[in-house]
Design a protein around this ligand. Structure first.
Ligand code: ATP
Ligand code: MG
Length: 231
């Protein structure tokens, strides 16, 4: 397992539904190395979000193993998972999930408050993260005072500010027009090329997946293809 950021072995997730069981993941083996930019594709219901929830330590598997940065997390308690999640994972969602009444700066500072950092250090890092996504001049704006693309950039700054091992993005451009989506992909490419950030992104759109260096496709709860491409 050493060397990989994400390693799953025979990962399964069943959802009991009344008398039946939905086999959302039926044995996923994955290895993702540091500084990979991976897109996860596949039809609706193929298990993409279920897999992202497991990778993001928001859920635990029914069977199989999950190693995150060399530590097995598949058997951790909820408290342990929450700690790993705060330290190692930055989330970017389709719907941004920003606090509506808080400024960009405060939204980005928030994970550092949970991490217990002193105020000056928090501010310094939040300012730096916002500047790195080109929002140095929008620190005092609230989400409603920003465009969709700017909101998503605040969300990316918030994901980055804790310096996580991986950034997980579930359809990060799902609510954006194509021009704005390209801007967001440019930021992901900068993070991946410039900072060596590991990024795992779910998308339905081939034009978005094209920006990744590797495309993993799920079908019916298993990996049906895994291809590297010129990004
Ligand atoms: N909480 C749940 N309880 C029961 N079944 C679920 C639950 N979550 C997902 N499923 C089922 O598991 C399967 C995989 O769902 P999942 O949300 O992972 O798909 P997806 O690939 O993300 O789809 P989409 O592209 O539509 O977002 C589906 O058949 C779904 O109905
Ligand atoms: Mg989904």
């Amino acid at each position: 397992m050493s060397g990989s950021v994400i390693r799953t072995i025979g990962l399964k997730r069943d959802y009991p539904m009344g008398g039946e069981v939905v086999h959302a993941l039926r044995g996923v083996d994955l290895e993702i190395l540091p500084n990979e930019f991976v897109a996860i594709m596949g039809p609706s219901g193929s298990g993409k979000s279920t897999l992202m929830n497991l990778i993001g330590c928001l859920d635990t598997p029914t069977a199989g193993q999950y190693w995150l940065a060399g530590t097995e997390v598949s058997r951790m308690t909820d408290d342990e998972l929450a700690r790993v999640r705060n330290r190692q994972i930055g989330f970017v969602f389709q719907t941004f999930n920003l606090l509506p009444r808080a400024t960009s700066l405060h939204n980005v500072e928030l994970p550092l408050i949970y991490a217990g950092l002193p105020a000056r250090e928090r501010r310094r890092r939040a300012v730096e993260a916002l500047a790195s996504v080109g929002l140095g001049d929008r620190m005092d704006h609230k989400p409603a005072e920003l465009s969709g693309g700017q909101r998503q950039r605040v969300a990316i700054a918030r994901a980055l500010v804790t310096e996580p091992s991986i950034i997980l993005a579930d359809e990060p451009t799902g609510n954006l027009d194509s021009t704005t989506s390209e801007e967001i992909m440019k930021i992901f490419e900068e993070l991946y090329r410039g900072r060596g950030q590991t990024i795992v992104m779910v998308t339905h759109e081939a034009d978005i997946a094209r920006h990744a260096a590797r495309v993993i496709t799920l079908h019916d709860g298993v990996v049906s293809s895994d291809k590297r491409q010129a990004a």
